[in-house]
Design a protein around this ligand. Sequence first.
Ligand code: 5GP
Length: 187
Amino acid sequence: MSNKRGRMLIVSGPTASGKSTLWRRLVLHEQVTFSVSATTRQMRRGEVDGRDYQFLAKDKFEQLVADGAFLEYAEVHGCYYGTLRENVESAIDAGLDIVLEIDVEGARQLRECDLPQVSLFVNPPSLEVLAQRLRDRGTETEEQMARRLSVVEREMACANQYDHVVVNNDLEQMIAEVGDILEIQIP
Ligand code: 5GP
């Protein structure tokens, strides 16, 4: 085993931009793991507690905030989301890169911590393509979708705060580009 510490790989981007597909590919690499966030939002069909998120009641989440257990947390679309410090630090110390799929506010908070990190912002080809992808996914009600689309432009305005911005015109091309940036071969 090497003594090299791992890095946080921070991945943000608007909803349905392709960032989830990107991190699912990244974690196929043996040196890359995923930070399972805690959240107070409702579990979606197909999601598994402890794999996709740690689903917590609001009072439990607030207790962990008070205990200082989070490296960062934010309220997104009316629910809390946060990264537990312990998960990230243990991965980095074990020499693993750990992917954090988080919103722009969480990424901003992480910029201030002194853990090694590379941040990536995934942009969709256009707002029209993004709206269509969201419709195709069909997991949100019209009202939830309208709420999500309304924050997309605000999120995209933060892209220049990231180390790298990639555009998901072509998935495989985007993944290859990220591999070059991180200097790893993504399976
Ligand atoms: P979703 O509900 O679609 O799974 O995620 C909604 C948003 O929450 C996404 O923008 C995602 O990046 C963000 N998110 C997920 N986990 C975390 C986290 O641990 N911290 C923060 N700040 N945002 C998160």
